[in-house]
Design a protein around this ligand. Structure first.
Ligand SMILES: Nc1ncnc2c1ncn2[C@@H]1O[C@H](COP(=O)(O)OP(=O)(O)OP(=O)(O)O)[C@@H](O)[C@H]1O
Ligand SMILES: [Mg+2]
Length: 272
């Protein structure tokens, strides 16, 4: 990842404040969870509402989880000062793995000590983060933007300490205008006072302007390419479009690459 992250616009200390109105560690166990037995055993409790595709939480020892941690390490290395960062994730076309990548990368970042992470579902056209994290879709981002609902009322805790989610909210017709508004920039600034990393899920970049629009308001953009699915010319065209719009493309996440033993894996290609 050769592209640099710019100096942060926010001067607030990472992790300052509590977006959910309380300490991140004070989240109760989800209903139906069995409390851990006493003793030294390592017990991993995963909320049943969390989608199995959030592999970093469900299978933290797996190779796939490790790949997301490598992705995390690349991002952390780009941000030696530790400033709060807002990043958008997009791809050329639909179904390339944007949402699953956002959710897993967010879990990996939230594993770091003293690191509060927020997932924002800015794919207002086809939102899915509420499903991945087992949350209601509303209220969410669209409601915060349109009704001036305070962020502490729309940001929800997850069962994972330090990880929060802002669902898409109600359906809107003008998502690209909303994401490009000055209110969106204000919201990003306010979120940076509360969270170390803010990851935005977005619609695909070729058919819709949303990702390019939001991409110029965040610190960097991560580009997902689904191997054996995305036609090369479409992938190249979308990347060019994002760069021409002024987005700071940090690197690509190649989803679904096949290793020698036939396993489907993913890996990160830094920007040159
Ligand atoms: N790294 C990966 N390797 C293999 N399959 C993946 C990977 N990431 C996601 N998938 C699968 O691809 C499908 C689409 O994933 P996802 O919903 O994240 O894509 P998307 O780009 O967000 O789609 P949309 O544009 O419709 O929002 C899912 O069924 C998911 O399980
Ligand atoms: Mg998606």
């Amino acid at each position: 990842m050769a592209a640099d992250l710019p100096p942060s616009a926010s001067t607030a200390a990472p992790g300052a404040g509590a977006a959910h109105g309380g300490a991140a560690g004070a989240i109760p166990l989800p209903p139906g969870s069995v409390p851990p037995p006493p003793g030294d055993e390592l017990v991993i409790l995963v909320d049943r509402a969390l989608d199995p595709r959030v592999v970093v939480a469900h299978e933290p020892q797996s190779g796939v989880a490790e790949q997301y941690r490598t992705f995390r390490a690349n991002l952390v290395a780009l941000n030696p000062g530790g400033q709060p960062r807002a990043l958008a994730v997009t791809s050329a076309i639909k179904g390339e793995g944007k949402s699953v990548t956002v959710a897993n990368l967010a879990v990996a970042l939230a594993e770091l000590p003293d690191t509060r992470v927020l997932v924002v579902d800015a794919d207002l056209r086809s939102p899915s983060q509420h499903q991945l994290f087992g949350r209601p879709r509303e209220p969410g981002l669209a409601d915060a933007m349109l009704d001036f609902v305070p962020i502490e009322r729309v940001v929800a805790a997850t069962s994972l300490p330090s990880l929060y989610v802002l669902s898409a909210g109600r359906a809107v017709r003008n998502s690209s205008e909303l994401l490009g508004s000055s209110r969106m920039s204000d919201l990003i600034g306010a979120l940076k006072a509360e969270f170390q990393w803010i990851l935005f899920d977005t619609p695909p970049a070729l058919p819709f302007a949303d990702a390019a629009t939001l991409g110029t308001r965040v610190d960097g953009l991560l580009y997902v390419v689904r191997l054996e699915k995305t036609p090369r010319d479409q992938s190249t065209r979308a990347l060019e479009l994002l760069r021409n719009a002024g987005c700071n493309v940090l690197g690509s996440f190649l989803a679904g690459a096949r290793s020698d033993d036939g396993d489907v894996r993913s890996y990160v290609v830094p920007e040159d």
